[in-house]
Design a protein around this ligand. Structure first.
Ligand SMILES: Cc1cc2nc3c(=O)[nH]c(=O)nc-3n(C[C@H](O)[C@H](O)[C@H](O)COP(=O)(O)OP(=O)(O)OC[C@H]3O[C@@H](n4cnc5c(N)ncnc54)[C@H](O)[C@@H]3O)c2cc1C
Ligand code: FES
Length: 281
């Protein structure tokens, strides 16, 4: 059950230029938190900016009641967040959204992240590890300056390969090159992916070709974060049961999906079954 909590900022420091790690003492949100969920943060003390900003849970320490967030400064809200000092109170709502779930039968999972999209994957990797599933982690970044979120993965010795567009770290090229290789070498029977939409689409396409099921974690611009404003829709295949989507629709273009729903990234997601999402727009 999501709650609103005044969290105490334990630390908020740059991990490299433009990228920050914030630790929050937030026992109520932490108690309920699951991998893949997010918090909705009021970044200022006035009405401006009005909207909260969604940030994924990067680490969940249930014993200490501490949440960690890994974020990149892209605009005013995240800039304001980066200026908050240790000791301040921060108004958060969470945990929000549906997180990752364990596969029914799979044993070998590929975890694919791109850019700051690696942030929600750390708790997932811990969950897969605890469940005794074999995993291979593939992360893609623009260049060495954008490489984040790998310290814990490396400390724990989880198998990680990195691709950078310019080859400044790891494989030179896209993370999808590593995915293609892993389909052959590692032979995953399940996958998880989070990152820029173009990367997600390409990974989903490759995995679909190889007939491997998985889950995707999506991003969308958000308003309320709780399913009330319909700001965060994404197109999904019609569901026959389970979660209800908001608005049904018909696509008239021949050869495309005939029936679809608009699902909400904030409440139906951010994690969806890879086969649920329609990426054709
Ligand atoms: C479920 C979810 C989890 C997220 N988790 C993280 C995280 O762990 N770490 C992190 O750094 N960021 C995360 N984001 C993205 C983060 O919410 C946005 O970067 C932030 O809201 C931007 O606010 P701003 O005021 O700084 O930028 P704005 O001034 O609002 O926008 C500046 C630029 O950023 C782009 N932008 C804004 N919001 C988004 C978004 N949601 N997705 C893609 N581009 C956006 C805008 O198009 C614009 O170009 C997450 C988003 C969602 C929906
Ligand atoms: S952000 Fe308001 S419905 Fe999703």
């Amino acid at each position: 059950m999501p709650v609103r909590e005044m969290a105490k900022v334990v630390s908020n420091s740059p991990v490299k230029p433009g990228y920050y790690l914030m630790e929050l003492d937030a026992p109520k949100v932490t108690e309920e938190a699951k991998p893949g969920q997010f918090v909705h943060i009021r970044v200022g003390r006035t009405m401006d900016p009005l909207l909260r900003r969604p940030i994924s849970l990067y680490d969940i320490d249930k014993e200490k009641g501490i949440l960690s967030l890994l974020y990149v400064v892209v605009g005013r809200g995240t800039r304001m967040l980066s200026e908050i000092e240790a000791g301040a109170d921060l108004d958060i709502m969470g945990p929000l959204g549906n997180g990752f779930w364990l596969p029914d039968r799979a044993t070998r999972c590929l975890v694919v992240g791109g850019g700051i999209g690696v942030a929600p994957l750390l708790p997932l990797i811990g969950m897969l590890d605890q469940a005794g599933l074999e995993q291979k982690i593939l992360y893609g970044f623009r260049n060495a300056n954008a490489v984040v979120g790998i310290d814990v993965v490396q400390e724990k010795g989880w198998p990680l390969a990195i691709a950078t567009d310019d080859g400044s770290v790891g494989h030179r090229g896209f993370v999808t090159d590593l995915v293609k290789q892993a389909i052959t070498d590692f032979k995953p029977d399940y996958y998880y992916v989070c990152g820029p939409e173009v990367m997600i689409r390409n990974v989903v396409w490759l995995m679909k070709e190889a007939n491997i099921p998985g889950q995707v974690s999506l991003e969308a611009r958000m308003g309320c974060g709780v399913g009330a404003c319909l700001a965060c829709t994404c197109k999904t295949r019609k569901r026959t049961g389970g979660q209800q989507s908001v608005i049904g629709g018909q696509l008239s273009v021949a050869g495309h999906e005939q029936n679809f729903d608009y699902s909400l990234v904030c409440t139906h997601g951010p994690v969806f079954g890879a086969g649920e999402v329609i990426f054709d727009d």
